[in-house]
Design a protein around this ligand. Sequence first.
Ligand code: PRP
Ligand code: MN
Ligand code: MG
Length: 179
Amino acid sequence: MHNDIQEVLYSEEQLQEKVRELGELLSKEYGGRNPLVICVLKGAFVFMSDLVKRIEIPLEIDFMAVSSYGASTKSSGVVKIIKDLDTPIEGRNILIVEDIIDSGLTLSYLIDVLERRNAQSIKVVTLFDKPSGRRVEMEADYTGFTLPDKFIVGYGLDYAEKYRNLPYIGVLKPEVYSE
Ligand code: PRP
Ligand code: MN
Ligand code: MG
């Protein structure tokens, strides 16, 4: 285990199992609809890459980068688009892939932007949901795990850009924040 990690919340095996389940479900939901699967960078990149391998139907992918946290464990509340989609989405079935919904600000902003582009449908799959953090109303259509009010890292999720490469989800030791 990484030295800064206090506790492993979800092991690599538990994550893979959940991703397989979600992939199976989404394969059924999106069969014949050629969905455009959108990865919300950076946090969702690990989940996205594992998930699309488990969605066994034709699909297309694109990437969008937004950020609101900076080097903090709290959302700034100001969401910025750092990279927009390459693909027009008019008439498409959109599946947004997120790693985590906390305050809900990132997704509500993103959905607001995408809704103005006349997609046929826009749905959200998130690996983690932290309902205790909500500042705006936001619910995913597909959720992997519901989390307690803890700040987690790994499997794409960072603290100050670190720990994204951990293959499991861990809780940081408190002294790591205060350094
Ligand atoms: C994190 C996470 C989600 C968002 C969730 O992204 O990856 O995108 O925050 O929080 P919210 O519901 O309170 O908006 P972050 O802004 O840290 O950027 P990153 O994905 O590049 O780490
Ligand atoms: Mn993110
Ligand atoms: Mg982050």
